[in-house]
Every structure is written in structure tokens, then in C-alpha cells.
Design a protein around this ligand. Structure first.
Ligand SMILES: [Zn+2]
Length: 386
């Protein structure tokens, strides 16, 4: 009797002690005061107007990444862009937003329609082929890389894809999500800016019922988690920042569905730092994902249409998303931090000219609504690129 009472007391004591240690070891409790102190001391230094008392900042560098949504070229768009017999100029359509697109160190666009060129015969919905000159205009606007994994990638078959890919090669613009060969698919695209290496991957939910040729799976990357997981891990080994483009979700839905949330979070928790979604043709909100290691990833569920022939019901509204990446080295360890998220809403006017939404007369209420919509999970979101 006495013996069992002793064991019981002992057991209770151990339980109390272990729960105490769990509580005190909780990283949140451990870390939060440090962050608060740092912020306070920075503020103090700023108020004093002196930085002399501050500790030297750890060696670091920054680079900004911007992204725009779907470039979806209907016949009514390329008809208006035609300047001569079979010659096109899309630059006037992008001119009002060009200063914004070119602002970031790296800008990514989702080229939803393949630019197979005039010689293969241009076509519109539901089976698209677009002029080469779309690529010229994107390059002139400051686009550095295009994502090509879309439900329209296979619309016109391999000839159009190969023609488009070789034109992007001619322009010197890297692409991902659609590839020339199996070997090409194995090469992860990276861009280095200010000592920060970004890698880019892209996947689509499907190809409008057109089967991917069994012997040529490299023509378009499908969403296939085991493959994606492997590639995200590989990309992480080759870069500081992994950017994953996902063509997914429900068309014309203004909020992400469960599948989008689950997949985007899965990608973020596997190592994707920035997830850029598209396909719904309307804007869906931005979101942070807090990872277990204390870092955070950024998700744009849908960037909407940037340049397309679609009108009304938010389909003519898109935007330029921007995020700053800071790489810091301290005590031999590198950390990547995402900060200062920004979003400039855009609007496709009559004549398929893209304008910053804030400059469009009569759209003041829509502009306010879009700002609220995009920042509902990210209150600190800025609406200028300063
Ligand atoms: Zn799509």
C-alpha cells in the first residue's frame, strides 16, 4: 500500500515537471520577447535620429519579385494589335502598366496561350495559338520569365508548342512548365539577382481533356504531388527562393477552394517560398503560410487575367503582385525573409489596353473593393510599388 502510494506520488511529480518543461520550452514563448525587443530598439534608434548605437546590421541583400496573371490572347485582342499584314504590336496594350511591370528585379508572367506564331495559323477560344509578338511585348515590358503550364498548353499540339518554345529561346526569355525534351524538363530554371538565386516551377491541373502524349510528358507539367514534391526539394537545393506557379482552382470563383488551399500549403511546407496561382480568371486573395521552422511563405491564389479578351464580372481585373526577398547571413547561416508585399490592381479597358485600376475613371468603388478583397488575409498589403 505504502509502496504504491509512493509510486503514485512519484508519477504525479514527473507529470507536473514534464508539463512544466514543455511549457517553458515552447519556442513561441521563447522567441516572442526577442522579436519585440528588436523592434523596440530599432524604433528607439529611429526616434533618436541616430544609428550609431545600433549593432552593425548582418550582411544581407534584397531582390524584388513581381508576377502578373494570365496573358490570354483571344482573336479580338490580336485583331486590334495587328499593325500590318500578319504583323502585330501588343506594346500599346501594355504601355500604361509598363513602368510597374519593369519595377521589380525579376518579373514573371503566365503565358496561358502558346505563341506558336502566324505561320502555323492564329486561333482563339477554345483552341488558341497566338502571335510571336506577344513575347516581344512582354520582353519590352520587363518580363524575365514565363510560366507555360496551363490548360491551353496542348490546344494546338506539339508543333505550336515547339514553335513557341523556340521563339522564347530566341528572345532569351526562360520558360518553365512546358519543355522541348525530357532533358530540358530536368533543368530547373534559375535567375540570380543581387546574390539571391530564384528557381521556378510550374504545373497545371489539366489540359482541357487533350491527353498528354504518353511518350512526351515533358510538353506540359501536370499537378502530380509526388513529382512536384521531388522537384520542389531539388529546386530548394539549387536556389535560395523557390517560386511555384500553379494553374488550378475553379474558374470565375473569387475565393480559393479547399484543393487550392491544401496544395498551396503543401507546396509551401515542402519548400516553395512563393506560390503564384492562376486559372480562375478573377483575383483571389493573398495569404502568408507560417511554416514549422518559423519562416513564412507567400501565396497568391489567383492573379486573374492580365491581358485577355474577357470582359465584366471581375474578369477584366488583374494586377501586378510584388514581394521583397531579403537574404541575411549571420554566424555562417543564411536566412531568407519575405517582406513588403504589394499589389497594383489593373484593368483591361476598351481596346484591350491595360491600365492601373486606380487611374480608371468611374472605377473608384471597384478599386476600393479590390483592395479590400486582396488584403483580407494580409492587412499590411501595400497598393503601390514604392
Ligand atoms: Zn486556365
Amino acid at each position: 500500500m505504502k509502496k504504491s502510494l509512493f509510486y503514485l506520488t512519484f508519477l504525479v511529480l514527473i507529470l507536473i515537471l514534464s508539463s512544466y518543461s514543455i511549457i517553458t520550452n515552447e519556442p513561441v514563448v521563447d522567441e516572442t520577447p526577442i522579436v519585440v525587443k528588436e523592434e523596440a530598439s530599432e524604433q528607439e534608434a529611429e526616434e533618436k535620429g541616430s544609428t550609431e548605437e545600433e549593432k552593425p546590421a548582418p550582411a544581407g541583400s534584397t531582390a524584388t519579385l513581381a508576377a502578373i496573371g494570365d496573358i490570354l490572347i483571344h482573336d479580338r485582342v490580336y485583331d486590334l494589335a495587328e499593325v500590318g499584314n500578319g504583323v502585330y504590336d501588343f506594346m500599346p496594350m501594355l504601355a500604361p502598366v509598363q513602368p510597374y511591370i519593369g519595377e521589380a528585379d525579376i518579373t514573371v508572367a503566365n503565358q496561358e496561350t502558346m505563341i506558336g506564331g502566324v505561320d502555323l495559323g492564329l486561333s482563339s477560344y477554345p483552341s488558341f495559338n497566338s502571335p510571336y509578338e506577344v513575347g516581344d511585348a512582354l520582353q519590352e515590358s520587363g518580363v524575365d520569365l514565363v510560366t507555360l503550364a496551363n490548360n491551353h498548353t496542348l490546344d494546338r499540339g506539339e508543333n505550336v508548342i515547339q514553335s513557341a518554345l523556340s521563339y522564347w529561346d530566341t528572345l532569351g526569355i526562360p520558360y518553365t512548365g512546358s519543355f522541348e525534351s525530357a532533358e530540358d524538363q530536368q533543368t530547373i530554371r534559375t535567375i540570380e539577382k543581387n546574390g539571391i538565386v530564384f528557381s521556378f516551377l510550374a504545373y497545371t491541373y489539366g489540359t482541357n481533356g487533350i491527353p498528354v502524349p504518353a511518350d512526351k510528358p515533358y510538353l506540359v507539367n501536370l499537378i502530380d504531388w509526388p513529382k512536384m514534391e521531388q522537384e520542389i526539394i531539388k529546386a530548394k537545393q539549387q536556389s535560395d527562393v523557390v517560386v511555384v506557379s500553379l494553374h488550378f482552382g475553379q474558374e470565375y470563383e473569387r475565393m480559393p477552394n479547399e484543393m487550392q488551399k491544401e496544395l498551396a500549403h503543401q507546396a509551401a511546407n515542402t519548400g516553395a517560398d512563393i506560390v503564384i496561382g492562376h486559372h480562375p480568371h478573377v483575383l483571389q486573395p493573398l495569404e502568408w503560410v507560417e511554416r514549422e521552422d518559423g519562416t513564412r511563405a507567400f501565396i497568391a491564389y489567383s492573379l486573374g487575367n492580365f491581358l485577355s479578351g474577357q470582359k465584366w464580372d471581375y474578369k477584366d481585373i488583374g494586377g501586378i503582385m510584388q514581394i521583397k526577398v531579403e537574404k541575411t547571413e549571420a554566424n555562417g547561416e543564411e536566412t531568407i525573409e519575405l517582406k513588403e508585399p504589394a499589389f497594383v490592381p489593373t484593368f483591361v479597358e476598351q481596346g484591350y489596353v491595360v491600365y492601373p485600376l486606380k487611374d480608371v475613371e468611374g472605377k473608384e468603388a471597384v478599386y476600393e473593393e479590390i483592395k479590400t478583397h486582396m488584403s483580407q488575409w494580409m492587412p499590411e498589403l501595400q497598393f503601390s510599388l514604392e
